[in-house]
Design a protein around this ligand. Structure first.
Ligand code: COA
Length: 503
């Protein structure tokens, strides 16, 4: 392990996870590493959860505010949520125990565009950061840190926190060293400068994280892998969605809007995005680039088979098999992947300059193209908006994909009015279900409604949508975006009452 901690002063600061966790007090704001289940601290949060449980059993309230890069894993979000130790959590999350507590109304959750989190912290919107807990691969002789399997907001957390706890994880491949590009050129307005990145592979920063070693109050040694669940195998539905995307992209190439190198791809989280990405290998493309947020198994496969030549991201999000594949061929992947801070991987200036093709999953879309990525039946949060808004608003193309129905057909993915809107009709260009794709570019709301219903809706729901639109055209208050206000959300209400939008 000592080859992982090469700074003698910091060797002296080693302590147990329990001793490090004891430095965290109720009411603190604690910023942690971790992004889509990668590079999160694994020992201190568990020790902290045990302390919360002991305090709670003794009748003392012990809650902290937790900021991360994005989702983490059961060893962080899961244990702290179950222990009742979270007052507030931001941003993206996906842990089932945390999701339950949030939806039970016990934890305040702030769902924020992932590119915004660092700058909002610098703006002072979230108050002081008392402690940062950051997982790293190692500590160098000069005290700088070798980042782990995600970078996320770690630069900001290390810069802004009053005190820092470092977890050095010997399970993370030493081969990660050199893969990162940490940009130190950000500033507060009005002193901001252009970010000089024009290609996904450009390096504009340094491979290591800087930290004021005087702020480090504990170094904890760990030896546990990132814990990620396997993705669902691509099924007929996700393969059909991938095929529709391939058809659409072929049309774009034929029309001359893109070359066969496409434009840098962004691929969102979840089973559908992962399967669609894997499906791209059927397109016969070679030498594509990705400027994205996470490297999922599907992306790793595309890099391996040469479909993608280079990928820029902020994090891995790999299954156990994906981690094994990465570790076996780390030298191959290190020359083809760079991991950046999430304020750069998701930066609007860069996404717009590069012209990213944003490919994200959705929960539902309405007939006018408003997209709900986050809230089932308008109120039950699933994961969060993640980076989908960063890419959809600023990309060359914004694509949202979903099966046309969920829950064995009891829910339609295409509804009269989205029950929660993350991406407005102004930000959505292409919607895809297994039924087909709807290219919304250049269409007015009424034209969109007809196309979305015709191309995307499941046969069980298509006549219902046609009926709604016909009556809305006739009876709505205005004829620009025809809606029946008393009925627009009735499908969701029906689901709450009957368990089926059709009944
Ligand atoms: N109503 C109710 N539940 C729905 C639904 C709907 N309209 N659409 C999907 N779901 C449920 C599915 O049934 C499934 O539930 P389960 O976990 O109980 O099986 C779950 O949502 C996931 O759906 P799935 O079809 O497997 O898609 P996915 O894994 O691709 O996830 C999102 C879809 C929308 C949840 C996911 O893409 C997401 O979190 N997006 C927001 C963040 C984002 O886009 N980030 C991108 C930048 S990295």
């Amino acid at each position: 392990m000592h080859d992982r901690i090469r700074h003698s002063g910091l060797l002296e600061k080693r302590m147990s996870p329990e001793a490090a966790a004891a430095l965290i007090k109720p009411g603190m704001t604690v910023a942690m590493s971790g992004f889509t289940g990668a590079g999160y601290p694994k020992a201190v949060p568990q020790a902290l959860a045990a302390q919360v449980e002991t305090a709670t059993a003794a009748g003392t309230d012990f809650k902290i505010r937790i900021l991360t890069g994005a989702s983490t894993a059961p060893e962080l979000d899961g244990v702290l949520a179950k222990a009742g130790g979270m007052e507030l959590r931001l941003p993206y999350m996906s842990d089932p125990a945390l999701r339950k507590r949030i939806n039970d109304g016990e934890i305040e959750y702030m769902d924020i565009h992932l590119s915004h989190v660092a700058q909002h912290t610098w703006f002072g919107f979230y108050g002081d950061i008392n402690v940062a807990i950051i997982e790293v691969v190692g500590i160098r002789e000069d005290g700088s840190l070798i980042p782990s399997s995600s970078v996320g907001n770690n630069k900001t957390w290390l810069d802004m926190a009053d005190a820092v706890i470092i977890e050095v994880n010997s399970q993370q491949s030493a081969g990660l060293e050199g893969m990162h590009d940490v940009y130190y050129g950000t500033a507060l307005p009005p002193f901001r400068q252009p970010i000089m990145l024009t290609e996904p592979e450009d390096r504009i920063g340094q491979p290591y994280l800087d930290v004021d070693i005087n702020k480090i109050i504990a170094v904890v040694e760990t030896d546990a892998p990132d814990r990620l669940s396997a993705f669902a195998e691509p099924d007929a539905t996700s393969n059909q969605i991938a095929d529709h995307l391939l058809d659409f992209l072929d049309g774009e190439i034929k029309s001359g809007r893109m070359t066969d190198k496409l434009l840098p791809l962004q691929s969102g989280v979840g089973n559908i995005a992962n399967a669609v990405l894997a499906g791209l290998s059927r397109g016969g493309y070679r030498g594509l680039k990705a400027y994205t947020e996470v490297i999922q198994d599907g992306m790793l496969g595309l890099i391996k088979d040469g479909t993608i030549e280079f990928a820029s991201a902020t994090s891995f999000s790999l299954s156990e098999a994906g981690i094994a594949e990465f570790n076996r061929h780390v030298d191959f992947y290190r020359s083809r992947i760079v991991l950046r801070t999430q304020e750069i991987s998701n930066h609007p200036e860069l996404i717009r300059r590069l012209g990213c093709v944003a490919l994200n999953g959705m929960i539902e879309a309405d007939i006018y193209g408003n997209v709900n990525s986050t809230n089932v039946v308008g109120s039950h949060v699933m994961n969060g908006i993640g980076g989908s808004g960063d890419f959809a608003r600023n990309g060359f193309l914004s694509v949202f994909m979903s099966p046309s129905v969920a829950k064995e057909g009891r829910i339609s993915g295409i509804v009269p009015f989205a029950s929660h809107v993350d991406h407005t009709e102004h930000d959505t260009m292409l919607l895809i279900t297994e039924r087909g794709f709807a290219d919304l570019r250049g269409l007015s709301p009424k034209q969109r409604a007809r196309l979305i219903t015709e191309k995307l809706a499941h046969p069980d729901y298509k006549p219902m949508l046609e009926d709604y639109f016909t009556r809305a055209l006739r009876d709505s208050y205005g004829k620009h975006t025809p809606h029946l206000m008393g009925e627009a959300l009735s499908w969701h209400q029906r689901y709450i009452e009957t368990g089926d939008m059709r009944l």
